[in-house]
Design a protein around this ligand. Sequence first.
Ligand code: DAH
Length: 349
Amino acid sequence: MDLFERVKQLRKEGAKAIESAATEKKLDEVRVKLMGRKGELTEILHAMKEIDPQHRREIGQEVNQLRDQFTERLDVSKKALVKKMVEQRLENERLDVTLPGRPVSLGTKHVVRILQDDLERFFIGMGYQVVQGPEIESEHYNFEMLNLPKDHPARDMQATFYIDDDHLLRSQTSPVQARTLEKHDFKKGPLKMISPGKVYRRDDDDATHSHQFAQMEGLVVDRHITMGDLKGTLESVAKHVFGQDRETRLRPSYFPFTEPSVEMDVSCFNCDGKGCAVCKYTGWIEVLGAGMVHPNVLENAGIDSNIYGGFAFGLGLDRFAILKYGVGDIRDFYTNDVRFLEQFRQEEN
Ligand code: DAH
């Protein structure tokens, strides 16, 4: 076949090959086959050496023209293929923004925290300040300042985690009483404070005991504070938490830092005081300890107990939550089973 024929045929075949290359990779193979170093155009150029100069010029022009033509077609084809690929990807990765979103699972406040927040607001509304104390406490504040000298038998009421001879994980929030009393300036007004927080006891854990739980301490000190103030305050707390229909009563008790000391019972919300398993058939449920601040506690903090007096109370937040929501096992509060925790979502505030 003479060279003119080869060029003519290449023109046809090349155009067809370019047209039918369906991917960029195929197109590239076609390009190499047509115009590469060992491609067909190059072969023709080599073959031109063999023919006479006059035909050589003619054929040279044709080959150049063909190269331009191929180059242009390859270029057009490539652009079309890229465009097609992009379109296909967009189609494949199409997002339907109208689909409903996947639900995000949100945690809830812990039920003990819910109660704590609620009580804080309640007391703040009555003019109390909220005070924090350290969880690693000294014997001095946890016991001595609260009228519990060394070797006092009442220390046995609270089995304590000791860290060294003088430091322990506080067994009650009451040390915050002493810390706050020491700092308070009565020239600025009466002291009214609550202090919520974690406390620790060396109990064996069971359905009603935990080595760690939450308390809320309360303390009011001023001139002319009476037991009537204590009773009224506690009664409004009980009604706020357990319902307006609840009756309360105070029973004599003993705490080293109060004199007289009381415990408060709330009429059983389960049986309304008739007697049932929840209240152990007494009609009453014990909810907190309280009393009139012992003069020694005031004097220890440098306050004249002939002028000032007050009341204090300590309530268990976990215990309140158990009673309010009928929780069967205190361990549910810290084993973090989401099914348990989520039940209190609607109580969140
Ligand atoms: N700290 C006591 C306890 O953990 C509770 C308590 C009782 C606190 C009487 C008080 C109080 O402030 O006056 O058992």
